[in-house]
Design a protein around this ligand. Structure first.
Ligand code: NAD
Length: 254
């Protein structure tokens, strides 16, 4: 029973690991005894994140754009050099561009699709050989309640996050025979840099989120990390191809 949640020695890579949900998951993995490589596009944020995590365990940073094929290959090689291989990837890199569909540019569309959807595919594909070698590979992707709900102002984001769920299911189906499980986490409203601009743009957002969310508060990044970890342990060994809301009941409320 006690081994069900054991993370000792697991070798983990987290894209978008320098901020928000990815950074919080990195800390939780380290505290559970895993080794972790975090990636992101900014060296400065990477150094700051390492400063935050250094006393928690073995952790490295690799600058990489999750949607860039060459960067993803380099990240995979770097992780292998540091940890000897990779058992778990968490695809947390993501951005949002808000606006009515008719006002958004193709550059907005491409940026959101690239970081969220293409980035998840490119990363998973780059790590497939190492996840196979592990014999016990885990993929956790990050969708959103926008994977299942619609909103006037987030068409590219909702399209990308809906795609992340279907991509995750497809990977789970294709790679189950390789011992790889793939699952998606659907966070509700989480207090991170990603949502801070939305709160500045919409002064009533905070009150609306609290009213609409049955538990009556925003999630913290730590609230999301627990489910991410669960999906990588033996406790979830028969769970694959799922998309799990972690949203304080937001999506279930009529
Ligand atoms: P965040 O902005 O704190 O962290 C996201 C990180 O990903 C940032 O460091 C960003 O620079 C990085 N990133 C973006 N595109 C990248 C790319 N192409 N390559 C490498 N790094 C890239 O935001 P967060 O809230 O922690 O978001 C983490 C994930 O959770 C995202 O996929 C986001 O869409 C998702 N999510 C967040 C919320 C929320 O309310 N905050 C809700 C649902 C889903």
């Amino acid at each position: 029973m006690s081994d069900l949640f054991d993370l000792t020695g697991r070798r983990v890579v987290i894209t978008g690991g320098t901020s928000g949900i990815g950074l919080s998951a990195a800390q939780a993995f380290l505290e559970g005894g895993a080794r972790v490589v975090i990636s992101g596009r900014s060296n400065e944020r990477g150094e700051a994140a390492l400063g935050h995590l250094a006393d928690k365990g073995d952790v490295w940073f690799c600058a990489a754009d999750a949607s860039d094929e060459a960067d993803a290959e380099r990240l995979a090689e770097t992780a292998k050099a540091h940890m000897g291989g990779v058992d778990t990837i968490v695809c947390a890199a993501g951005i949002n561009r808000r606006g009515a569909p008719q006002d958004l540019s193709l550059a907005d569309w491409d940026a959101v699709m690239d970081s969220n959807l293409r980035g998840t595919f490119v990363t998973a594909r780059a790590f497939y050989p190492q996840l196979c070698q592990s014999g016990d590979g885990r993929i956790v992707t990050i969708g959103s309640m926008m994977s299942v709900l619609a909103n006037d102002m987030t068409a590219p984001y909702a399209a990308a996050k809906g795609g992340v769920v279907q991509l995750t299911r497809s990977l789970a189906a294709a790679w189950a025979g390789d011992g790889i499980r793939a699952n998606c986490v659907l966070p509700g409203w989480v207090d991170t840099p990603l949502t801070r601009q939305a709160r500045l743009d919409m002064p009533d957002l905070d009150a609306r989120v609290r009213d609409r969310t049955p538990v009556g508060r925003w999630a913290t990044p730590q609230d999301i990390a627990g489910t991410i970890l669960f999906l990588t342990t033996a406790a979830s060994r028969i769970v694959t191809g799922t998309a799990i809301p972690v949203d304080g009941g937001f999506v279930m409320r009529a």
